[in-house]
Design a binder for this molecule. Structure first.
Ligand SMILES: Nc1nc2c(c(=O)[nH]1)N[C@H]1C(S)=C(S)[C@@H](COP(=O)(O)OP(=O)(O)OC[C@H]3O[C@@H](n4cnc5c(=O)[nH]c(N)nc54)[C@H](O)[C@@H]3O)O[C@H]1N2
Ligand SMILES: Nc1nc2c(c(=O)[nH]1)N[C@H]1C(S)=C(S)[C@@H](COP(=O)(O)OP(=O)(O)OC[C@H]3O[C@@H](n4cnc5c(=O)[nH]c(N)nc54)[C@H](O)[C@@H]3O)O[C@H]1N2
Ligand code: SF4
Ligand SMILES: [Mo]
Length: 711
């Protein structure tokens, strides 16, 4: 028996796991008590690693669609042969944009796809790239790009040192934290309270996090930007403003906030004016404070503005870039900055059909269906999905499913035959997490401590590594056929990184390890991969340190507190002030601890117990609409309709219905035997592809107008 230590790949918390193995079998998965960051913490999904490894439905071979239309197991050569036969002619005849790509969430937790996914997309050369980011965090990254110059320059709450934490639209007790990598959030929150600090949660639901907070403030969905602007108002009106000396535009923000006094926003937000006055003053007067907003503030109609105002508030209360406030991490694989850069650039091109602006090299996924359906030059005829399930995760699932079914060709890199990949002509699987290495390159950029942890594979892989698969695909789209020289392409990628990092590649290494090693050696701490290999519980690089102005990438090397596009968006906020609450029900989402978006429902222990895919409805609404607890309720939006069990509870505010996303596994062709038994309903059947936040194109998934009736 042996114990392998590795980082859990499932969510942003990066917990250390201790995996007991014997031969090629897993005996148990526990928390690694010696992990420098998580110190033994883990959640049920981490334990689920064993069940995922053993899941008989997890693909072990490629799947290829036969002449009879049925997906069946195939060899790797056969699978790549089919792709090489079908994809290049399509590219040749219809151009690069005829092939779209969708990149899903697990790709962000995977060093192979982070590095080599980019290589593939570059070779593909299409403008029709979309990802889970436009149903997630792009509003935050867009706001950060405008303020700090780069989408990766995102401040995170220094929760281990703060005295006051204001959280909006986040439920880290269920999600384990997001854009805030922090294993054991509950422990860290308790520590705030133990040192005499205060936690305030703003949410239309009494979430688990709201329950442990010192104060829960109810808010009408989609109105956070107004509430945040009024807090900015309070800080200035109370003479408490103390903006960071590097910030430009302080007076502009002060002027913009003038019309948003608590009394002006109270009606539309549902928050009493005196509560806003008090919280604004508490924030400014606390020794240190951090404001943090997550998915409830990004995937909504004011997503970018709300994200902007979170950091405006951090800045004008004197908490930007100081311990206990909102700070910029410095991961081991990153370099220190130069204090200025090219700044934000968006809209370099637009989507063909609705003219949505490019964002971080992508078009919004809400546009995907129309790009497939609408004839003309550059019509999307083929799709490559990488670790994504857009037919469950993105708006108007039924329309997108019809569109995807009409494609001429589709390839999915995925570990299951699920709601999306059932449409693919070829599915290329990936090894089990225990058969691949791990380093959380993306998430360490949002960590509340600077840490580095590398995990080697526990078992030898029973199939090609994902990076090899991605490079073989790269060869095909680059015109080199199904048997391109993968090692040769990899060497070119490595040479590129070597140039950028100013270090030599290690001749003993290949693939992501060779790249990661160079990034670490070129990085801020001068570590190497060997250093990380020698530290199976991770290396603690200490608490976050102030990084202004070095981390800035704005052209002037200062913080832009009042970027022009966000100042312009205040007009829309003004218009919202006059809105009346008219009895229209709105839909919001929620997460629970044992879920992970759409894809871990095939693991028995994560779906056992009562069905969690229910509609939470307030007792007043239930009485008014004739909805009864436990009975089916029909929920209808402009684009679709689902029926699911109602749970009548005052944990949700009147006028709001809450349904978790990621369910609806009982569609034809899905090969998930456990998930099918716990199918639930897909809430994104109700999400409207036309409802996007105008700046970032990100889908409005919280605050969708719906109506309810007994089913
Ligand atoms: N209504 C509503 N919709 C939402 C949200 C919401 O809050 N409300 N949240 C949004 C958010 S934040 C996100 S991130 C998206 C997620 O959207 P997606 O990323 O599209 O969906 P996931 O459910 O994460 O699907 C992950 C896919 O990756 C596959 N997979 C898992 N591990 C691996 C691997 O190692 N390799 C490969 N190649 N594939 C793998 C799984 O089988 C699955 O098909 O959903 C969004 N959709
Ligand atoms: N267990 C579990 N963990 C996960 C995931 C998962 O699916 N399951 N997904 C992972 C992913 S991809 C992500 S992006 C993160 C997301 O992490 P979080 O952002 O913490 O996600 P949620 O738990 O959905 O919490 C969002 C909260 O916003 C509230 N909300 C909805 N609308 C509004 C609004 O208009 N205003 C305000 N103030 N609040 C609102 C909801 O009621 C909910 O409590 O979680 C990650 N971790
Ligand atoms: S909290 Fe996230 S990283 Fe930690 S064990 Fe659970 S799923 Fe894994
Ligand atoms: Mo996400």
């Amino acid at each position: 028996m042996a114990t392998a230590f590795r980082t859990c790949p499932f969510c942003e918390a990066t917990c250390g796991l201790a995996v007991e193995v014997e031969g090629d079998r897993v005996l148990s998965v526990r928390g690694d008590h010696d992990d420098v960051f998580s110190k033994g913490f883990l959640c049920p999904k981490g334990v689920g690693l064993q069940a995922l490894h053993e899941d008989p439905d997890r693909l072990r071979t490629p799947m290829v669609r036969g002449a009879d239309g049925v997906l069946r197991p195939a060899s790797w050569d056969e699978a790549f042969g089919v792709i090489a036969e079908r994809l290049p002619p399509l590219l040749a005849e219809h151009g690069r944009n005829a092939v779209a790509a969708y990149i899903g969430n697990p790709a962000a937790h995977n060093i192979a796809s982070l590095i080599y996914g980019r290589v593939l997309l570059k070779a593909l050369g299409t403008r029709n790239i979309c990802s889970a980011s436009t149903v997630d965090q792009y509003p935050k990254q867009m706001a950060s790009a405008y303020m700090f110059g780069g989408g990766g320059v995102v401040p995170v709450p220094d929760i281990d040192r703060t005295d006051y934490l204001l959280m909006l639209g986040a439920n880290p007790l269920a999600s384990n934290g997001s854009l805030m990598t922090a294993p054991d959030v509950r422990g860290r929150l308790k520590a705030i309270q133990a040192r005499g600090g205060r936690i305030v949660v703003v949410d239309p639901r009494r979430s688990r996090t709201a329950q442990v907070a010192d104060e829960h403030v109810w808010i009408r969905p989609g109105t956070d930007a107004l509430a945040l602007m009024s807090l900015v108002h309070v800080v200035f009106a109370s003479g408490l403003a103390d903006a960071h000396p590097l910030a430009d535009g302080v007076e502009v923000v002060e002027r913009l906030a003038q019309d948003f006094a608590p009394e002006a926003v109270s009606g539309v937000t549902g928050i009493p004016a005196e509560t806003l006055w008090r919280i604004g003053r508490e924030l400014a007067e606390a020794p240190t404070a951090a404001v943090y907003g997550r998915i409830g503030t990004t995937t909504q109609r004011f997503g970018t503005s709300a994200s902007w105002l979170v950091d405006v508030l951090n800045c004008v209360t004197g908490n930007l870039d100081r311990p206990g406030g909102a700070m910029f991490p410095l991961p081991a694989h990153a370099k220190r900055g130069e204090g200025r850069g090219r700044g934000a650039r968006f809209g370099r091109w637009t989507s063909r059909v609705r003219g949505a602006a490019e964002i971080f090299g992508e078009i919004p996924v809400a546009c995907l269906a129309e790009e497939i359906e609408t004839p003309g030059d550059d019509q999307v005829r083929a799709l490559i999905t990488i670790a994504g399930n857009p037919l469950v995760s993105t708006p108007n699932s039924e329309r997108l499913a019809r569109a995807v079914a009409s494609l001429e060709f589709m390839v999915s890199l995925d570990i299951y035959v699920n709601e999306t990949t059932r449409h693919a002509d070829v599915i290329l699987p990936a090894p089990s997490p225990l058969e691949k290495s791990h380093y959380d390159a993306a998430l360490y950029g949002f960590a509340v401590r600077n840490v580095a942890n590398y995990s080697a594979p526990v078992f030898a892989a029973t199939m090609p590594q994902e990076w090899e698969t991605l490079l073989r695909l790269t060869g095909i789209v680059a015109g080199a056929g199904p048997d391109a020289d993968v090692a040769g392409i990899d060497a070119m990628v490595a040479a590129d990184v070597a140039g950028r990092e100013g270090v030599e590649p290690d001749p003993e290494r290949v693939g992501p390890e060779r790249i990661l090693d160079m990034m670490l050696r070129g990085g801020a701490y001068g570590l190497s991969l060997a250093d990380l290999e020698a530290a199976p519980h991770g290396i603690d690089l200490g608490p976050l340190e102030p990084r202004l102005p070095e981390t800035l990438k704005t052209p002037v090397g200062r913080v832009e507190l009042a970027p022009e596009p966000l100042v312009a968006d205040v007009e829309r906020m003004h218009a919202a002030l006059g809105e009346h609450v008219n009895g229209q029900m709105v839909l919001i989402g929620r997460r629970d601890l044992r879920s992970n978006n759409s894809w871990m429902h095939n693991l028995p222990k994560l779906v056992s117990g009562p069905l969690r895919c229910t509609a939470h409805v307030h007792p007043d609404d239930a009485a008014r609409l004739g909805v009864t607890d436990g009975a089916l309720v029909r929920v209808t939006s402009r684009v679709g309709e689902i029926a699911l069990p109602a749970e009548v509870t005052d944990d949700v505010m009147p006028g709001v219905v809450s349904i978790p996303h990621g369910w609806g596994h009982d569609v034809d062709g899905v090969e998930l035997r456990v998930a099918r038994e716990h199918a639930g309903s897909n809430s994104n059947v109700l999400a409207d592809e036309d409802l996007v936040e105008p700046l970032s194109g990100t889908a409005v998934l919280n605050g969708i107008p719906v109506s309810l009736s007994p089913a």
